[in-house]
Write a protein that binds this ligand. Structure first.
Ligand SMILES: NC(=O)c1ccc[n+]([C@@H]2O[C@H](COP(=O)([O-])OP(=O)(O)OC[C@H]3O[C@@H](n4cnc5c(N)ncnc54)[C@H](O)[C@@H]3O)[C@@H](O)[C@H]2O)c1
Length: 261
């Protein structure tokens, strides 16, 4: 995508989409820092372990890695089968802390790309509901907010909605102050190790319906090029956007009856 060698941080690089993202940049000659909770052999120039539920661990990681980066790709995530606090801390708060902490460590014209999900569908109607979560900047505040929510509302959706809203709110100042673009990528179902957990928490019938509508689930190779593009200089005028990468599954849900051909 670009001939210039860049320095890329991939968070959640141990498995699935994150591992494929790290491998993509490594193979094209970029310097990749692969961050994950678990040790892994993902192709990368450097590996760091970090528990994204732990704000102090994130701060220590940022201290260790220092400045001079071109891209933060925050791919880490846990499914709705995990404890609610973990879902909010990994999928939302950890991303927020990494993004805010990396802004001064990224070069001008750099980018932040976070992986959200089409499970965030309807986030526009939840902006007011999420106000308290968007005000929460530490784990205790996030847990306090969640304790007051309807336990039947899927926390995974909440976490991804908050990630999208936060990214859109961060984007204007990130651009104006640092020259950094902030976008999110929202996949539909992807064949990765997390998929059985989604079948458990969202219902296998729901995921099978999605699969039938578009013909198959995504593979990581459907998602990585979109992350790579949004993180590249070619996407220089795209900022504050959430890009669905779902084979078109969501479009008729928001635009009304599909045209029959
Ligand atoms: N697979 C799908 O169907 C799908 C669909 C939409 C969105 N997503 C999102 O894509 C992203 C990647 O998911 P995936 O499918 O590759 O799943 P995956 O389980 O294969 O990878 C997730 C990675 O996040 C890491 N991680 C989890 N908790 C962590 C923590 N506390 N600290 C550090 N790292 C941690 C894991 O170790 C793992 O390497 C997630 O944000 C997920 O929500 C996935």
């Amino acid at each position: 995508m670009t001939s210039e060698k860049r320095k890329v941080v991939v968070v959640g690089a141990g498995s699935g989409i994150g591992a494929a993202t790290a491998a993509h940049f490594h193979e094209q000659g970029d310097f990749v820092l692969a961050v994950d909770l678990h040790p892994n052999d993902t192709p990368a120039a450097r590996h760091e372990q970090c528990d994204l539920r732990d704000a102090a661990a994130i701060a220590a990681l940022l201290d260790r890695i220092g400045p001079g980066w071109d891209l933060l790709s925050y791919v880490a995530g846990v499914p709705g089968t995990a404890p609610a606090a973990d879902v909010l801390k990994v999928n939302y708060l950890g991303m927020r802390l990494m993004a805010a902490g990396m802004l001064p460590l990224l070069r001008r014209d750099g980018a932040i790309v976070t992986v959200a999900s089409v499970a965030a569908l309807g986030w526009q109607q939840r902006v007011d509901d999420l106000a308290g979560l968007l005000d929460a900047t530490d784990g205790a505040a996030v847990e306090h907010w969640q304790a007051q929510q309807d336990p039947d509302y899927p926390v995974y959706s909440t976490s991804k909605q908050a990630a999208i809203v936060f990214a859109k709110r961060l984007a204007p100042a990130a651009w104006q102050k640092y020259g950094i673009r902030v976008n999110t990528v929202s996949p539909g179902p992807v064949e990765t190790p997390i998929l059985p957990d989604f079948e458990e928490s969202m219902g296998k019938d729901v995921l099978d319906t999605v699969k039938a509508a578009v013909g198959r689930h995504a593979t990581v190779d459907d998602i990585v090029p979109v992350i790579a593009f949004l993180g590249s200089p070619q996407a220089r005028w795209i900022n504050g956007q959430d890009i669905h990468v779902d084979g078109g599954f969501v479009a008729p849900l928001v635009a009304g009856t599909p045209i029959q051909l």
